[in-house]
Design a protein around this ligand. Structure first.
Ligand SMILES: [Cu+2]
Length: 278
């Protein structure tokens, strides 16, 4: 009887552990995995990530499976005698060749994606991004938007930062800026990235775009946004005391809305020039 109760307790602990594990896997869907993003490149990056992940899972199943199988069925208490050989050329060749093949199989899709990420050629427009302690500057360098330039700083209300207002009311707490970067959809946009003081990093997870902004150097990256919308990111390189207070907001607009925004910008620039002349 005692044995039976013991077995039952063991069984319920196992069931509980299995339940806990499965709920954690379900939660991972939402919290732990990387986002799929909204661009072709971000989807490619996600696909590559999942491919490598499943290869790792398969390796783990084989390795741990062999380990537990050996521990279970070849244990000493079963009277199993350990082998005493010291050297096996065949085994050594096998455990060198198999990982080599796996690594090559992983390197081919990884290199393909990496080359695609770095292909900044034949872009439709270029925007220069400069990191400052602690804000961003955007300069539209060519095309109809040439000359448009502005700073983009944190605009989350101060009372929210000080804790006087309910932070839970604002899902974009610390992620709002005064001037968002406005981009057209369906165009290949090349970014030139630099910094005026320390190293920052411009990062929009939904675009799978992330690179360091290094003073004295210009880094390149690119994106094509398919859908209009608001996309958010942050500085991703520890850059001083307000590193956590230099968010990035990109508003993607389709052609007519983007043109309307552009006209507004030039009108504002003309007004500004008039004021300065007077
Ligand atoms: Cu920064």
């Amino acid at each position: 009887m005692k044995k039976l109760i013991g077995r039952l307790v063991q069984l319920s602990v196992l069931v509980l552990a299995a339940l806990l594990l499965t709920t954690q896997f379900a939660a991972a869907e939402y919290g732990l995995n990387m986002p799929k993003g909204v661009t072709q490149i971000s989807n490619e990056v996600y696909g590559l990530h999942m491919l490598i992940f499943w290869i790792c899972v398969a390796i783990a199943v084989v390795v741990y499976g062999a380990m537990f199988w050996s521990m279970m069925f070849h244990r000493k208490s079963r009277g199993f005698k350990a082998a005493t050989f010291h050297h096996s050329t065949l085994v050594e060749i096998v455990w060198t060749v198999i990982p080599f093949i796996i690594l090559i199989a992983m390197a081919i899709p990884a290199a393909k994606t990496l080359i695609a990420i770095e292909s900044t050629g034949s872009s439709d427009m270029t925007i220069k991004i400069t990191g400052y302690q602690w804000k961003w500057r955007y300069e539209y360098l060519d095309g109809d938007a040439a000359g448009v330039s502005f700073f983009s700083s944190l605009s989350t209300p101060l009372e929210q930062i000080n804790g006087d207002a309910d932070r839970n009311q604002n899902p974009n707490y610390l992620l709002e800026v005064d001037n968002a970067l406005v981009l057209p959809t369906g165009k290949k946009i090349r970014f030139l990235l630099t910094s005026s003081d320390v190293i920052h990093a411009w990062w929009i997870p939904d675009f799978a775009v992330k690179k360091d902004a290094v003073p004295g150097f210009i880094n390149e990256m690119w994106t094509v946004i398919d859908e209009p919308g608001v996309y958010r990111g942050q500085c991703a390189e520890l850059c001083g005391k307000d590193h956590g207070f230099m968010p990035i907001v990109v508003i993607a607009k389709d052609e007519p809305e983007y043109t309307a925004w552009l006209n507004q910008q030039s009108d504002a620039a003309i007004q500004q020039a008039k004021v300065e002349l007077d």
